[in-house]
Design a binder for this molecule. Sequence first.
Ligand code: G4F
Length: 368
Amino acid sequence: MTTSPRASSVAGDVPGDAAGEQDRRRALIVGVTGQDGSYLAELLLAKGYEVHGVVRSASSYNMGRIDHLYRDPHEPDVRFFLHDGDLGDSARLMTLLGRIAPHEVYNLAGQSHVAVSFERPEHTGDAAGLGAVRLLEAIRASGIECRYYQSSSSEMFGASPPPQREDTPFQPISPYAVAKLYAHWITRNYRETYGMFAVNGIAFSHESPRRHEDFVTRKVSRAVARIQAGLDDYVYLGSLDAVRDWGYAPEYVEGMWRMLQADEPGDYVLATGTRTSVREFVAAAFDHAGLDWQQHVRFDRRYLRPAEGASLIGDSSLAAERLGWQARVHGEGLARIMVDADVAALRHEGRHWIDRPDLPAWQVEAAW
Ligand code: G4F
């Protein structure tokens, strides 16, 4: 029987010592309800892991991306467990770490919208920045042997010209990027000072049909589906000149996992290496649906940012060489995948789980 997912007490959730379970790898994902967390949970479950997700109590429902993974913890052979907690509660993190004793910890949580970080710089610094040190310190203090993944971001490169690699200087130009940079350096600091297996994945933008529509790719793919269906006429956007290196999220979570399987801890760029402007993404998305974008896209200055950095184009040759990781889906192919998913979701009617325009991105995407 499948029940609605809810965070449940860890005490009754941690499996017993039945044969085979002792050897099973356990992963703890903080931010499991977000795009990356949900794909990573799927990947790890497929690899035979026992997966524990930390879920922040939210006044709004935010489990849509993991609904399909959840089963009642009292059923036999359940390997996916949810626990109340968040990156603001160090004591709770310590308790969960002690009880679960994970082999791998993934920090994918924190407010992740760049524009929102200008409105809520303090909250962003607390969640995306200090959240990492709370988790690292909880791991260190609890004394468990585990590997730690920190979701660093290409936003940290900010004004540094492309292509950006692991040794490119960071020049952050948003509160979000500054917060992420703190988390990045504290992760390195724990690795170097305490010998922890702690790594940073410097991920360039990675998207999917599970992206919240406050991010431009999903905003566009969703708009294309609605315009094609005759529900809307226009989509309002900010800068079309901005350039990103857009990849496909399921491929990026594979890269995250590979970083924790390496012989030595290190920091890696995850990117496609291809440049796509917002305009090109928009044109590809509308074209895929047989629409002329120039008839349907309008400018709205509210979507301009106080600061817009250099083009973010990554060079992930180190990840290719040492981890055997390579992105396959790039900007325009990604646009087609996302439009197809939104068109299908609309055709299947009802409120698809990814269709939550009532929730702000920071709440749905991050769930820290
Ligand atoms: O989709 P975006 O909001 O994502 P952004 O800023 O690239 O951030 C994403 O990728 C980062 C990695 O590089 C992550 F660190 C971060 O957490 C997040 O996942 O904006 C993309 C570009 C920007 O240049 C923005 O100015 O699209 C431009 N844009 C133009 N019109 C718009 C819009 N962005 C949004 N969100 N909405 C618009 O209407």
